[in-house]
Each structure stands twice: as structure tokens, then as C-alpha cells.
Design a protein around this ligand. Structure first.
Ligand code: PLP
Length: 386
């Protein structure tokens, strides 16, 4: 069978590859603790699950859903943006719910790029930005996120010929995998860059509400002019412990948001209505538990940082996101380090190189593991001698 040639350029999806390695260790009887994935381990709160159950009991909700998202869900996202970021969005034109933000990242790239256009992709970065560009037939220009620049892209360092061919710039703060954060003055520089060069900005705000020590991550739209140049992705996966429910949204620039909606109405048929009702409950209901949940992640973060220090491994202390980004300096490549750690302790971390060339030299540790497993991982890490 001849498959499309662009599939040859597709790297194996990072987590799929990791799963194979972990399975091999488990098959040998090793008690593996997987700290590789950012999959929230804590349950979705009962009031959200109950909203799903109530809605699922009504046969009227069993048919094809509203393709554009029920008005209450679009309104729910608009309320979130007003409450959280003081940003006023038109729920009719500037909000479209997604079956998880991941699908939207792929649609957006198709909506913006023609084959041969360049997509500016953070390196290291969430692998889907790159994969979406490849599927759209666009070219990828990896924009280095370097520790010395606090993992922010140096936009002035992108060659002029690249900027001229670029159509789309991806940003993601709080960042996966580095856990770096960005402030509104950085976003203001991005708006100037995008306006000067006719580039669409896509800010992936998946970790907007997983933050510690009182830090409050901003929205890209808190900066004047941002909605003229871009869109933002919000996800219920991490904020509301709803990763499996598959709900997110693309918000902002009406022309781009509506173009994504046009593609979606042709390739999917929306989110199951009871899931939409439950998402409305999440967005409009009690929010106080989110801060409590963040205190759980913060306690885990502190435990992990202490354990890494006793093992002589240096790592940044994240203000937000689900991740600790640490250095493997002195321990070979990031893959060597992670495989050695897996072999000696049964703890799996993600090698930084899986997120791009500039992720080499680092590992990513996810805090989204049950307390007892994380306690055990921390015990093993503290004793690890590379
Ligand atoms: N964006 C980033 C940066 C992520 O890390 C993830 C998931 O890990 C996603 C998007 C996907 O989110 P969703 O579950 O809404 O598809």
C-alpha cells in the first residue's frame, strides 16, 4: 500500500514510543512508576460527573450534538475569560469548543498554512505543533527555547528569509515541557512582531490554571492588539482534571476561529451533548477546588525538587504547569539518563530530546501521579546514583 509521502516525515508520537519502553520493563517484572505523562491523576469533581449523568439520562441528548457547541458552553468559556483574565469575548464569533484542544491545533495549522509556508515551532515544545505542520504540508522552523533566555523565543534571532515565509507562530506558556512562564510584556513584543510580519499567533494556554505560590498565568489577550493577530487555545483537561472528556476551545480572532469552525463542521460532528453540559458545570460552577488541587501539585513539586537535590540533579522550581524540567548534565544524553534511571530505579521520566533538538540535556518529570506512587518515586530518586 502506498501511503502519502508526508507520513514519512512524521516522527513516532513521543508518548507511544515511551509506552513501549515502559511495557518492556514491566514485562520483566519491574514495578515501573511512570512520571512521563501529563495525565491528571486526580478525579473530575463529583458535581461535574453528576451533570454528565443527568444529561445522559435524557434521550433528547443522545442525537448529533450542536456542531458549534451549545450556546451555554460557548458562554461558559466567555465567562471564564471575563472572570479569569478580564477579557471580553463574543461567544457567538470568538469562541468555538473543540474535542480537546489537540484537534484544534491540527485544524488551525490547516486553516492558516498552505504547503511550503513556514510554521515557527518552539523547540523544545509540545510535539503536536510540529506534527500538525507536517500534516499540512508546511515547513517547520524550530525556534530555540533556551535556558539563558528563560525559555522564551528570541524573535529577533529568526532569520529574515524565515520570517518572510512564516505564517504561524506557536507559543505555550505556562510551557510544556520547560514549565517556563511568560508575562504580558513578552506577549506585547509578540504582538508587535506578528503585526510587523503578517504572522498569525497561536497561544496554547493549556496550563493556564495549574499554578503555584500565588502565581496567576496571563492570557495572550490581556495585551492590546492580541486578538487582531491571534487565537488562544484553552483546555479543560488540566484545569478541571478532565483530560479524558476531550473538551477545549479555540478563542479570539473571529476570522480564524470561524475558519476552524468551518473545517470542524466538515470533519467531525461536535462534542457529545452530556459532555458539553458537564463542561458548562465545570466552567460555571464552584471554582474553589481548583486552588486546593493546585496545592496538591505544589506539595508534590516540593517533594520532587528536594529528592532531585539529594540525588545531585538540578532542576528549576516551576511556578506553573504539571512539570519539573531538570538537567542531565554530566549523565550522558537525555535518553541515556532516562533509560539508566528506568533500569536502576524503575522510574520513567521523559527525555528532553523527545521535545526537540534543544530539549537535549534535560528531562521532564510529571507531577500528575498518585501521591503514594510519587512518594515511592521520590524515595527512589533521592537514592539514585547516576
Ligand atoms: N497543549 C499542550 C501544551 C499540552 O501539553 C497538551 C496535553 O498534554 C495539550 C495541548 C492537549 O490538550 P487537550 O487534552 O485539550 O487536547
Amino acid at each position: 500500500m502506498r501511503l502519502a509521502s508526508k507520513l514519512n516525515n512524521l516522527p513516532p508520537y513521543l508518548m507511544a514510543e515511551a509506552k513501549k519502553r515502559i511495557a518492556a520493563q514491566k514485562a520483566k517484572g519491574v514495578d515501573v512508576i511512570d512520571l512521563g505523562m501529563g495525565n491528571p491523576d486526580l478525579p473530575t469533581p463529583d458535581f461535574i460527573v453528576e451533570a454528565l449523568q443527568r444529561s445522559a439520562d435524557d434521550p433528547a441528548n443522545h442525537g448529533y450534538p450542536n456542531y458549534y457547541g451549545i450556546p451555554a458552553l460557548r458562554q461558559g468559556f466567555a465567562h471564564l475569560y471575563a472572570r479569569r483574565f478580564n477579557v471580553c469575548l463574543d461567544p457567538e464569533k470568538e469562541v468555538v469548543p473543540l474535542i480537546g484542544s489537540k484537534e484544534g491545533l491540527v485544524h488551525l495549522t490547516n486553516v492558516i498554512c498552505d504547503p511550503g509556508d513556514i510554521v515557527l515551532v518552539p523547540d523544545p515544545g509540545y510535539p503536536v505543533y510540529r506534527i500538525a505542520a507536517i500534516l499540512a504540508g508546511a515547513d517547520v522552523y524550530p525556534v530555540p527555547l533556551l535556558e539563558e533566555n528563560s525559555y522564551l523565543p528570541d524573535l529577533d534571532a529568526i532569520p529574515t528569509w524565515v520570517v518572510k515565509r512564516s505564517r504561524l507562530l506557536w507559543l505555550n506558556y505556562p510551557n510544556n515541557p520547560t514549565a517556563a512562564v511568560a508575562n504580558t510584556s513578552f506577549f506585547a513584543r509578540v504582538v508587535d512582531f506578528a503585526q510587523a510580519n503578517g504572522i498569525v499567533v497561536a497561544h496554547d494556554n493549556a496550563y493556564a490554571d495549574v499554578a503555584f505560590d500565588g502565581y496567576v498565568p496571563p492570557s495572550f489577550f490581556e495585551v492590546p492588539g492580541a486578538r487582531d493577530v491571534g487565537v488562544e487555545f484553552y483546555s479543560l483537561s488540566k484545569t478541571y482534571n478532565m483530560a479524558g472528556w476531550r473538551v477545549g476551545a479555540v478563542l479570539g480572532n473571529a476570522e480564524v476561529v470561524q475558519a476552524v469552525a468551518r473545517v470542524k463542521t466538515n470533519v467531525d460532528s461536535g462534542i457529545f451533548t452530556p459532555v458539553q453540559h458537564a463542561s458548562v458545570a465545570a466552567l460555571e460552577g464552584d471554582q474553589s477546588w481548583v486552588a486546593e488541587r493546585n496545592r496538591v501539585y505544589q506539595r508534590r513539586r516540593d517533594q520532587v525538587i528536594a529528592a532531585l537535590r539529594s540525588a545531585g540533579i538540578s532542576a528549576g522550581v516551576p511556578k506553573a504547569s504539571l512539570y519539573v524540567w531538570g538537567s542531565v548534565t554530566g549523565h550522558g544524553t537525555s535518553l541515556d539518563f532516562c533509560l539508566r534511571l528506568l533500569e536502576k530505579t524503575g522510574v520513567w521520566l521523559t527525555p528532553g530530546s523527545g521535545f526537540g533538538e534543544h530539549g537535549e540535556g534535560y528531562f521532564r518529570l510529571s507531577l500528575a501521579a498518585p501521591d503514594d506512587r510519587l512518594d515511592e518515586a521520590v524515595r527512589r530518586l533521592a537514592e539514585f546514583k547516576a
